[in-house]
Design a protein around this ligand. Structure first.
Ligand code: PMV
Length: 356
């Protein structure tokens, strides 16, 4: 029986203006627009295969089969939407391998769900453009919709109830600001206590400060775009730090409170402010986890790495601004063979090794 398959790679994006709160839980429509930068590191590779011979859907991440509804809550609905649009009911085998720590607040799900959508739509030979791909990514994980472009990206919140105007657009491509760097500290790669989906829902429902956040975001979105297009590091970093602090304030203001930052995160915040004493040269940002991402330029990247190490973070990496998802054609790199069997694959020296 015939098997169709394709492989794609995508990288995470880190939000400068964060998405934290939905206006529609099922369609994954945000309360506000957000802005991110796509990384050139921490990629996820995904092979998607469909066949009449598959008896059930199988989704694997990092050699672990997802079984619980909790584990499947992002990928499965996305896969179902793709099948609905493609008008097929074949079962799927999805094999995903990620270099980013899964659910450690390092946006691994954005890369994963973007790679899944890109691989599955290619396998099914669907003729879709980047806007439609962005919408399909969004149905898996909101932030994934921004990973369909490289460079600096805005996710337009949209107004329509059906979500057809809620997708990502590119602000500037990956070559626009070549000196820009994202220094990532991996302080912890453990699964987080409160998943972003549950956390943001609780914030919208209970935070007293949340309406004031919604009030300030539209103004700051325009300033962020201006800072990116003007390559204004100082303004961009100041906005990013305020914004990260604002999001973590509404998290703390949620009932029961949500706290993703730990003591090391707080030390990083103080250290970066000290580094910026005579002018802003770097800006921290934290997602739903304690790992810092620091925006800066090439000139300061080594100093930032040292600051993170001094704060006790041994594991750091420097990312450039990356490009959008890629289809991987080479047979050797596919994670599923022509018979639909999973190929043995693992990580060696930061590279995904696939065995025959
Ligand atoms: O797309 P999700 O459900 O993984 O939520 C992402 C939320 C943040 O990372 C905290 C912010 C963002 O815009 O990426």
């Amino acid at each position: 029986m015939k098997i169709v398959r394709a492989t794609a790679e995508a990288t995470p994006n880190i939000a400068i203006i964060k998405y934290w709160g939905k206006r529609d839980e099922k369609l994954i429509l945000p309360q506000e627009s957000s802005i991110s930068v796509t990384l050139n590191q921490l990629k996820t590779r995904t092979t998607a295969a469909f066949s009449e011979k598959f008896k059930e859907d199988e989704i694997w991440i990092n050699n672990k089969k997802l079984t619980t509804p909790d584990e499947l809550e992002k990928a499965l609905p996305q896969l179902n939407v793709i099948r609905e649009i493609a008008k097929i009911d074949m079962k799927a085998k999805i094999i995903s391998y990620s270099i980013a720590p899964v659910a450690g607040g390092l946006a691994g799900s954005a890369a994963g769900l973007c790679a899944l959508a890109a691989a599955a739509t290619k396998a099914l030979n669907m003729k879709i453009d980047s806007r439609q791909l962005s919408i399909l990514c969004r149905r898996g994980s909101g932030s994934a919709c921004r990973s369909v472009y490289g460079g600096f990206v805005e996710w337009l919140k949209g107004e329509r109830q059906d979500g057809s105007d809620s997708y990502a657009v590119q602000i500037a491509d990956e070559n626009y600001w070549p000196e820009f760097r994202i220094v990532i500290g991996i302080a912890q790669s453990k699964e987080k206590k409160v998943k972003s989906r549950a956390g943001m829902k609780q914030t919208v429902a209970t935070s007293i400060l949340y309406p004031s956040r919604l009030n300030y975001l539209p103004k700051i979105l325009e300033e962020t775009k201006k800072a990116i297009l003007g390559k204004n590091l100082e303004n961009l970093c100041e906005i990013a730090m305020h914004e990260s602090n604002n999001m973590h304030s509404v998290m703390l203001d949620t009932w029961p409170p949500i706290m993703y930052l730990n003591d090391v995160s707080k030390e990083v915040i103080y250290a970066i402010h000290e580094f910026n004493q005579n002018g802003i040269k770097a800006g921290y940002s934290f997602d739903a986890g304690p790992n810092p991402t620091i925006f800066t330029t090439e000139k300061y990247e080594k100093q930032i790495e040292k600051i993170l190490k001094d704060c006790g973070i041994e594991n750091t990496l420097i990312s450039y601004v990356g490009s959008g998802p890629k289809i991987i054609e080479h047979e050797k790199e596919q994670l599923i063979d022509e018979n639909g069997e999973i190929k043995k694959h693992y990580l060696k020296n930061d590279k995904i090794i696939v065995e025959r």
